[in-house]
Write a protein that binds this ligand. Structure first.
Ligand code: PCA
Length: 218
């Protein structure tokens, strides 16, 4: 086992009729890497509502990460989306990979309505922009399995692992996926990998987030 502290990086299997999921490809590329004296452990999650919470619990227990970054595909977005808010709400527009389509139920009954990312969202956005990587802070991770993972992660960290930090980044389609969705934006895999690596490095080396505007008027 490595003596370096661990970062847990998660991605998802393909869903919604796609044959690939860029988040899975990014995890495959970065697992085993060393970033700012930390070792990256990777895991691929199923796009299944029922599986996410127990799986995350097991992964955190096994790796004891100091930082968890979860990744997911957001087809149609043009930039890496650094998510700020996880909501305690599931409202599935499509069925998950197990055929389940829960509507208007909480991720964790009785838990807070929302959690904020504990990663420095603004600093990460600024860093990636300097590197020439399309990026934007995002105020909604949706209400599907990605938001569920983000919420479950934030809840687990807040209630059981307060010293670990965690957040979520949505990534666009890869060009080979966008080719099947006319006019849809995409991003090259190498750009995504560079962006996620820089986001992790920034999170590990930044304690206080930047106080710059990154909000939305609507
Ligand atoms: N994206 C979906 C779930 C899995 C993924 O990669 C989402 O945004 O909820």
């Amino acid at each position: 086992m490595s003596a370096l502290p661990t970062i847990l990086l998660t991605g998802f299997e393909p869903f919604g009729g796609e044959r690939i999921n860029p988040s899975q490809e990014i995890v495959r590329a970065l697992e085993g890497a060393t970033i700012a004296q930390h070792r990256v452990a990777g895991a691929i999650l199923p796009v299944v509502f029922a599986a996410t919470l127990p799986l995350l619990e097991d992964l955190i227990a096994a790796h004891r990460p100091v930082l968890v970054l979860a990744l997911g595909q957001a087809g149609g977005r043009s930039a890496l989306s650094i998510e700020r808010v996880a909501v305690n709400l599931v409202d599935a527009r499509i069925a998950d990979n197990d055929g389940a389509q829960p509507i208007d139920v909480p991720v964790v009954a009785g838990a807070p309505n929302a959690y904020f990312s504990t990663l420095p969202v603004k600093a990460i956005t600024a860093r990636l922009r300097t590197l020439g990587i399309p990026v934007a802070p995002s105020l909604s991770a949706g209400t599907f399995v990605c938001n569920q993972v983000f919420y479950a992660l934030a809840h687990l960290l807040a209630t059981r692992h307060p010293h670990a930090r965690g957040g979520f980044v949505h990534v666009p389609w890869l060009p080979e996926q966008a080719a099947h969705h006319p006019e849809a934006p995409s991003m090259a895999l190498d750009t995504m990998i560079a962006g996620v690596r820089a986001a992790i490095e920034c999170a590990l080396t930044t304690q206080d987030d930047l106080r710059v505007s990154g909000g939305a008027t609507h």
